[in-house]
Design a protein around this ligand. Structure first.
Ligand SMILES: Nc1ncnc2c1ncn2[C@@H]1O[C@H](COP(=O)(O)OP(=O)(O)OP(=O)(O)O)[C@@H](O)[C@H]1O
Ligand SMILES: [Mg+2]
Length: 318
């Protein structure tokens, strides 16, 4: 295998590459108004994720070279359409979105699909761990340049969040509750002030980096993890919570984990080993079929799951 081949073939293709044709088609298909910096309309983002339920025909005026005249968008996320709509409305309002749920319920997949559709990049990601530092959410320094020339915009190393702020894109924070509370709190000022102060560059035009229109954050958090840090009330208030539940075998789709998951009862947690790898998933049409489960077990949905999700109470581990 030549080095050239190795460079181009990817084991997992980011959603914006894997579904580039669909995203281009949807941007042309729906020419309605869009929030600042959004590529497709909010309605087209929902269609991209839950599928078009039939063939879409490009209007005559929207035809362009390289775009197919008709396309069927297959569902990628199996679940409640209303959940996806609420996520899209949250992002259109430039509010932070926090996806919570049991392991393997497609929180990361949904966050990747949303970011890819909204701003064309799902790659501005910070993976939350106990070792995540504030620099990874704000900025760091290139120490060689810093020592040679002192603080300068060139020596500043932007975090994925800062890059998203500059370009009006979506920043993704995976497993936010695994970060220590003081690290999580860096997000409070980012989400409320919509700027990052760089005190080292005080007195210059680079002393603050304001967020461009369109900037927002999608975070994910797991309900079953041990060793997580509770989110401060201040940070919780800056996010809209959405609970992603396991796929319901009755065909209702995952809308909430229910009391089981929240209170630690008989939930349907899945391990990493049960996941469907990307190529297999795409081979089966981009997701699991309606009513299918990954492990073949029934997952029960509680009655109050949605309510808890909306109120944000009792969702995150204490
Ligand atoms: N509702 C669903 N629709 C489509 N695919 C799903 C669904 N639930 C799970 N899957 C499949 O399971 C895989 C695992 O999902 P993902 O890694 O996004 O879960 P997660 O909620 O982020 O898990 P964790 O909390 O462990 O990080 C997905 O990539 C997808 O293939
Ligand atoms: Mg995940």
């Amino acid at each position: 295998m030549s080095t050239d081949t190795v460079a181009r073939v990817r084991q997992v293709d980011p959603a914006e590459h894997a579904f580039a044709d669909q995203l281009a088609f949807l941007a042309a298909y729906d020419d309605g108004p869009r929030p600042p910096a959004w590529r497709p309309t909010p309605r087209a983002v929902v269609t991209f994720i839950v599928g078009s339920n039939g063939e879409l025909v490009l209007p005559k005026g929207a035809k362009r070279a390289g775009l197919p005249g008709k396309l069927t968008i297959e569902p990628k996320f199996v679940g409640d359409r209303a959940l996806v709509e609420r996520c899209v409305v949250t992002l259109a309002g430039e509010r932070g979105l926090l996806l919570v749920g049991e392991p393997g319920t497609a929180k990361s997949m949904l966050s990747e699909l949303l970011a890819a559709a909204v701003c064309g990049s799902s790659e501005l990601v910070v993976q939350g761990t106990a070792g995540t530092t504030e620099d990874q959410l704000r900025y760091g320094w290139n120490y060689a340049l810093l020592l040679a020339h002192g603080p300068s915009p060139e020596a500043l190393v932007p975090s994925p969040v800062l890059t998203a702020m500059r370009s009006g894109a979506v920043a993704r924070i995976e497993e936010v509750t695994r970060c220590l509370p003081e690290v999580q709190d860096a997000l409070v000022s980012i989400l409320s002030d919509r700027r990052i102060a760089v005190p080292e560059l005080a007195g210059t035009e680079h002393a603050t980096v304001p967020a461009a229109p369109g900037f927002t954050v999608i975070a994910t958090a797991n309900l079953r993890d041990r060793g997580v840090s509770e989110m401060s009330a201040a940070l919780k208030r800056r996010f809209n919570f959405e609970t992603v539940g396991p796929i319901d075998p009755a065909g209702q789709g995952g809308t909430g984990p229910g009391e089981d998951a929240v209170l630690g009862g008989r939930g349907g947690g899945r391990g990493a080993g049960d996941r469907v790898p990307g190529p297999a998933r795409r081979a089966f049409g981009g997701g699991l079929g309606r009513g299918e489960t990954l492990d073949g077990h029934e997952h029960r949905r509680g009655r109050r799951g949605g309510q808890l999700a909306r109120s944000g109470r009792g969702v995150l581990p204490r």
